[in-house]
Design a protein around this ligand. Structure first.
Ligand code: OGA
Ligand code: NI
Length: 393
């Protein structure tokens, strides 16, 4: 009997959640026996939260950015209030003004905040409480879930590819949530109790929101819904919980290096009382000021490729501050591993020649994860020669 069949037999017998006498979760055990795909290796680096816990004043050389990098682009906080805000309840009813707002947001910002999204407050609060409790655990406990040497699932830092690389002032917990056969359940925290169920409840609610947004995007992109949603039938989905400890000299470091997301869309919940996310707009960095209960949504590389650059996956980064930690929850929604992504026919004409080649999504993702985060450099993998849509602002 194949492993997959065994698994469904076990599930069919209603055993999947039965704890055996060895206190082993059968679902976890069976998943472990299957081949779970890996994504990319990352070199292990110090835990930033622990570093700050042991010596709050110290900022090692390895984290200090050059003045050139930090001052290259203006800081433009006065534009924060202009980041588009979209009402999901209106969008879901097909309200034309709201759809137009979505189109403008995707063209001009690549980012927007959504309100009235219907995600239950208790579910969000439980996610925040569980994550806070996890990060407060002693390092020895958290290390039980450390990323393995060949993959980015678990607790640690991703995108570290050389010993010389300047490091980000953050730690993360990365969990692939869908397809469920990709889950590495041994890396899902067992403390606090019920963590898995909390993540499942949170991601399930936010997934519902993502479906509505994908559906509206397919409308403004002029694609047939089944084509666009088809790409996401067995969609790859992961959550990355980012932990940014305070930093004694926040102006010298970055919480997260500038990058664009490789996803189709990303939905980010951020703390209400600390600003950290900044996006590239109009030649500068614009902070995204938190709106209580809103989700920040951004267009990922997949939308940029499908629309042949009409909607851009905009570069963003996270900064830290002197006094307060910050936690953010990014849910990445992407096509399935085997999906082929290329510009849609109707996005190409004489004035808009094809900029990107066809890529298998899983390859694109792995190649991006195999290099350090460096703005939009990784989109080169999908770029046809001689085309360059970067640095337009
Ligand atoms: C990310 C990301 C921003 C933030 O995880 O990809 O861009 O504010 N996070 O944490
Ligand atoms: Ni991001």
């Amino acid at each position: 009997m194949s492993l997959r069949n065994k698994k469904s037999t076990l599930r069919g017998n209603n055993l999947s959640r039965t704890k055996m006498s060895l206190n082993v979760d059968v679902e976890e055990l069976v998943t472990e026996m299957e081949e779970v795909p890996t994504f990319a290796p990352s070199i292990p680096v110090p835990n930033v939260q622990e570093m700050v816990r042991n010596n709050p004043l110290q900022v090692p050389e390895r984290y200090v950015r050059s003045n050139e990098e930090l001052q290259k682009v203006n800081h433009m906080p006065h534009l924060s209030s202009e980041v588009p805000v979209i009402d999901l309840s209106l969008l879901s009813y097909g309200n034309k003004d709201e759809l137009l707002k979505l189109d403008v947001a995707c063209k001009e910002w690549g980012f927007f905040q959504i309100v009235n999204h219907g995600v239950k407050k208790e579910v969000v609060q439980k996610m925040k409480d569980a994550a806070t409790e996890f990060f407060e655990l002693p390092i020895e406990e958290k290390k039980k879930y450390a990323m393995e040497s060949n993959d980015v699932q678990g607790y640690g830092q991703a995108y570290v590819v050389s010993e010389e690389q300047i490091l980000d002032w953050s730690d993360a917990l990365v969990l692939i949530t869908c397809p469920t056969r990709y889950r590495k359940l041994h890396l899902w925290p067992k403390t606090p109790e019920g963590f898995k169920e909390v993540v499942e409840a949170y991601t399930s609610e936010v997934r519902g929101v993502s479906k509505k947004i994908l559906s509206s995007l397919s409308e403004i992109m002029g694609t047939q819904k089944h084509v666009f949603l088809g790409l996401h039938k067995d969609s790859l989905e992961g959550i990355r919980v980012n932990y940014y400890p305070p930093c004694n000299t926040p102006e010298q470091v970055l919480g997260l290096s500038p990058h664009s997301d490789t996803s189709t869309i990303t939905l980010l919940m951020q703390d209400d009382d600390v600003t950290g996310l900044e996006i590239r707009h109009g030649g500068g960095w614009v902070p995204v000021a938190p709106i209580s209960d809103a989700l920040v949504v951004n267009v990922g590389d997949v939308i940029e490729i499908l629309t042949n650059g009409k909607y851009k996956s905009v570069e963003h980064r996270a900064v830290t501050n002197k006094n307060k930690k910050r936690i953010s929850y990014a849910l990445f929604v992407s096509p399935e591993d085997d999906a082929e992504v290329e510009p849609l026919d109707h996005m190409i004409d004489a004035e808009n020649p094809k900029l990107y080649q066809k890529v298998r999504y899983g390859d694109y993702l792995r190649q991006s994860l195999n290099r350090k985060m460096e703005g939009k450099a990784h989109i080169d993998v999908a770029m046809l020669e001689h085309s360059d849509t970067r640095n337009e602002d």
